[in-house]
Design a protein around this ligand. Structure first.
Ligand SMILES: [Mn+2]
Length: 272
């Protein structure tokens, strides 16, 4: 039996609407914001800067499952409160990562629940999110195959929540010059195998700020429904992932270039 998330089961693309943003309708949905919410000034400066661009959704982490237990673990509830205020200020819908279903009530004002790469196979969490009525952004684990990724999406889908966004964020390879190797193959392959929207995260996919723009262009050209970009007002001082975060100025260039690529790929060339 084919998976419910597969193209065989449903031919038409799944289109997800969140506030004024649409994901999966052929347009490019740009999600941007800081890796981690650090303080009111940081989030507001980034959010206000992004609100002046064509960004569609604001991201910001409040619960951070860090590799080291000694690293900053996020602001928690206080961070989500700041994200609510930024949403009010900018009118942008928001996405934030949930690591524990016990925190769910704190996410009432968050529009999209993110499952991070480390939790892609946390099946208890996936099943619970499958019973919620808001979209889930599911990241691929760095050591998981496309098949395993789709099986994880199925855990959410079969519980009744059909609004799932698949996010390729790079896989671990022998390469050490970058944090991960962005798996560009995954974009057209997932679009072919599943009706769910597919986005790319070049920030974690490369782990190198100067590679974020060129890899973003590759993601758009490959047919992704969106991008997720880490932006910081002062990357050098970021509490998390500063090395892969771009500035607002750099984001404006990225926005400009990727929107041009979006127009080119969506242009219907007249037949001769
Ligand atoms: Mn990050």
């Amino acid at each position: 039996m084919g998976l419910l998330v597969s193209r065989e089961e449903k031919k038409e693309d799944t289109i997800i609407k969140v506030g004024n943003a649409t994901i999966g309708d052929g347009s490019l949905c740009i999600i941007a914001g800081p890796c981690t919410i650090e303080n009111p000034d940081q989030l507001n400066e980034v959010a206000e800067g992004l609100a002046k661009t064509s960004v569609n959704i604001l991201r910001g982490g409040a619960y951070k499952p860090r590799t080291s237990s000694y690293s900053f673990q996020g602001m928690g509830k206080e961070g989500l409160d700041l994200l609510s205020r930024a949403k009010e200020l900018t009118g942008l819908p928001t996405v934030s990562e949930i690591v524990d279903i016990a925190d769910l009530s704190l996410f009432d004002d968050v529009d999209i629940l993110q499952v991070g790469a480390k939790n892609m196979q946390n099946y208890a969490l996936l099943k619970e999110l499958g019973r919620q009525d808001k979209p889930v952004l599911l990241k691929r684990g760095w050591a998981n195959t496309i098949d395993e990724f789709l099986e994880s999406a199925e855990y959410i889908y079969r519980e009744g929540n059909h609004n799932i966004i698949l996010c390729e964020r790079g896989i671990r390879t022998f390469e050490t010059s970058t944090r991960n190797s962005f798996d560009i193959n995954a974009i057209p392959l997932l679009k072919e195998r599943s009706h769910l929207p597919v986005i790319g995260d070049p920030s974690h996919g490369t782990g190198v700020a100067r590679l974020v723009l060129p890899v973003s262009l590759a993601i758009v050209a490959a047919g992704a429904d969106g991008l997720m970009i880490e932006v910081h007002n002062n990357p050098e001082c970021a509490l998390c992932d500063g090395f892969q975060s771009i500035t607002l100025e750099e984001f404006k260039l990225l926005e400009n270039r990727t929107r041009t690529y979006e127009k080119i790929r969506n242009f219907n060339f007249p037949s001769l």
